[in-house]
Design a protein around this ligand. Structure first.
Ligand code: ARG
Ligand code: MN
Ligand code: MN
Ligand code: MN
Length: 313
């Protein structure tokens, strides 16, 4: 099978430096080699960790409360074209972030390609401690990594082309094809958005109640058989025990096995069209001697391998 790989060293969707170092760390730990040599993928990768320096404006004042609006918009716009160019060839696309704002680009790119290629609307499985569905107006932080879903689903709109106005109908997803898994830190305004739009969401509470097996059954049933799936995996969905090196850790999360299981179930559908792995920040290490960073990178690699079929017997 063919796999497009895009490495995105971008951190402008939030305020902590270092999340841009994740793609290099993931690749250095052997991820792409494993995907090729052990899982047999034909990789399409430009061997570049993109930092999009040429797209970053000299000055980028807040707009509607958003931080780095011009930079995040320009980078995600460019990324959407990169992802689209893989997906339109029928390749599965793996994007290594970067903070979660980059999902604006990846999902905009796959949504368009899947519409054109298959005449279908794809589903999104968003695995995260957070639901990242703030609008600029509901956000308390102004960090765009807390807003990608709002822009992708058309809840947040903006006329200005240079501030996400480039997102067209063809780039969007519908809220009834979105499923969250792992939520445990949802802002007040976001809860209202989830409720008013009847968005399917499995919190940690639901996982404790039903078990991850049943939750995955329900999540996939909601999406429906042979619907193309974009899996957007924020490493902070995992408990900080397994993934401490991330910008907004929240205790009480998924075990590494639960995370891997989610990825395996998505693989088993045969419908995976793209995966994002985001929010690994190897420079944030609450432990000693980089152990936490190494563990987080290892966990991230494991999630990707599982989504791409590693555990097939
Ligand atoms: N809800 C908070 C915010 O809007 C936190 C978002 C965290 N997002 C993430 N991708 N880690 O700022
Ligand atoms: Mn690339
Ligand atoms: Mn998160
Ligand atoms: Mn996130």
């Amino acid at each position: 099978d063919e796999l497009g790989v895009v490495a995105v060293g971008f951190s402008g969707g939030q305020c902590k430096p270092g999340v841009d170092a994740a793609p290099s760390a993931l690749i250095a730990s052997g991820l792409l080699t494993q995907l090729h040599e052990e899982l047999g993928y034909k990789l399409f990768h430009d061997n570049t960790v993109h930092s999009y320096k040429d797209l970053l404006p000299p000055s980028d004042p807040d707009y509607r409360g958003m931080k780095n609006p011009l930079a995040v918009s320009a980078v995600t716009r460019k990324l959407s074209e990169q992802v689209y160019s893989h997906a339109k060839e029928g390749r599965c696309v793996l994007t290594l972030g970067g903070d979660h704002s980059i999902a604006i680009g990846t999902i905009a790119g796959t949504a368009k390609a899947i519409r054109e290629r298959l005449g279908r609307e794809m589903a999104v499985i968003w695995v995260d401690a957070h639901c990242d569905i703030n609008t600029p107006e509901t956000s308390g932080s102004g960090n765009v990594h807390g807003m990608p879903v709002a822009f992708l689903a058309g809840l947040a709109k903006e006329e200005r082309e240079d501030v996400f106005g480039w997102i067209k109908q063809e780039n969007t997803i519908s809220l009834n094809k979105l499923v969250y898994i792992g939520l445990r830190d949802v802002d007040r305004g976001e809860k209202i958005i989830l409720r008013e739009n009847k968005i399917k969401a499995f919190s940690m509470h639901d996982i404790d109640r039903h078990g991850i097996g049943k939750v995955m059954e329900m999540a996939l049933a909601h999406i429906g058989n042979d619907t193309p799936i974009h899996l957007s995996f924020d490493v902070d969905a995992l408990d900080p025990l397994w993934a401490p090196s991330t910008g907004t850790p929240v205790r009480g999360g998924l075990t590494l096995r639960e995370g891997d299981f989610i990825a395996e179930c998505v693989h088993e559908t045969g419908c995976l069209v793209a995966m994002d792995l985001v929010e690994v920040n190897p420079t944030l290490d609450p432990g000693v001697n980089d152990l936490g960073a190494q563990e987080t990178v290892r966990a991230g690699c494991s999630l990707v391998r599982c989504a791409l079929g590693e555990s097939l017997l």
